[in-house]
Design a binder for this molecule. Sequence first.
Ligand code: CDP
Length: 237
Amino acid sequence: MKTMKYDKELLKDGKRIDGRGIDDLRDMEAKAGILKRADGSGYFRMGKTEAIAAVFGPRELHPQHKQKPQRGILQCRYNLTPFSVDDRKRPGPSRRGKEIGKVSEGALSSSIFLEEFPTATIDLYMEVISADAGTRCVALNAGSIALADAGVPMKGLISACAAGKIDDTPVLDLKGEEDMGGQVDLPIAMNADTGEITLLQMDGMTDIDEMDEMLELAMKGCEKVAEKQKEALMETF
Ligand code: CDP
């Protein structure tokens, strides 16, 4: 459950600490094809949270006993780099990182035609290079660009962003201080073309009406993220 670590007022006269309104996303930047050695790659930034992603494959999965005869698999690694946070993070795998890798596999694989690649793996590496809340969303946004850049056949791009609650008010896309001082963080991922939600997590306490409001904010946010991802991919053609 979320605990208040900040005493500061996060919302005043409808404005947030960085001047945003309640339904404003942070400033976004997206790029495709940033890494020469990967089959596909992407970059995404929301405010001060940045991630790069690299895709390798589809390629034969080893060891063979892990292969699925009817379909390929997607393997995701999410990593918060040691230099991405204020206090240096201990390098190497963590429980949190493994969990985010797993939920990312679920969020992205439902959009990939994995049945076209029996016995294969698609490996996606998502590296958070700067963290100021929303890292799983930003990593997924970079990851989805990388999959599309690699030419992996997909039903649509997956776009992610979080809504939350600060000072008893639902808002879109929390930044670091809002995440620490806020009451709820609710990241989602969706296919913005179909409206299909592929990830929904929540930290904190809320009720069903507020949950609806946050979901609506987050879904609108994902639509804007999708536009940015598409612009980046168009630039590589
Ligand atoms: O990043 P996201 O919101 O997806 O996940 P979180 O676990 O709710 O983390 C919120 C924020 O806490 C991150 O974005 C980082 O800014 C920070 N954090 C950190 O400083 N050190 C960690 N080991 C984990 C998170």
